[in-house]
Ligand binder design. Sequence first.
Ligand code: GLP
Length: 244
Amino acid sequence: QVFRLAREASHYVASEIAAFIRQRSDEAKMCVLGLATGSTPVSVYNELVRLHREEGLSFKNVITFNLDEYFPMQPNELQSYVRFMNEHLFDHIDIERGNIHIPDGTLAEEDVPEFCQRYEEQIAEVGGIDIQLLGIGRTGHIGFNEPGSGRNSRTRMITLDRVTRGDAASDFFGEEYVPRRAITMGVGTIAGAAQIYLLAFGEGKAQVVAQSVEGPITPNIPATYLQEHPNTRFVLDEAAAENL
Ligand code: GLP
């Protein structure tokens, strides 16, 4: 789905999420959202905050699972995804703190596998993810599933691709300060979501978007696995869609 402007695309996705939250609320049911970081989803979060403030959208029935976090990473650090989510969304809405889940970058390394298994169980215990938001990295990563990730991969520690670390360099004031690893939901975890919205904006994403939508399915571009998902929508601005 192509919109002229990124803002219009973001409003569309936010209104789809809001409608689903309200529908679940009317049924007195919880709603499980898979959330993404990066610059792309920021305007979706801004719009959800506006809907909360101005149109009474409540997040009391919302449970969230974030895709990924750098490792190691303290929650108060500038580049932490915990901090990102608080600043852009959670501090401004009425979600119960206990309903928020984000991979833990503070763990001792030996505790990571057990944490990841528990993360998967927690997603399963609430009945799986209803709506998953995704961005896309220039390597074709979704979450931090870098090239080589299998279609059945689950939540785990990964090594970041050089391209990804280069793209993150400005956030960390130099590539040498970008962590080498991260914890991410797997491709299989993401594919378990009932509905997926992948957002991509700007000409820098045009090539990887075209490869992901129209290219052969390959572990070299993990986003191509989404072609096998029955309910995935790429939501693009015109610039990101220009190679389609
Ligand atoms: C990071 C995140 C991804 C995100 C990607 C693209 O790698 N872990 O989830 O999709 O950045 O970021 P941006 O939206 O800033 O282009």
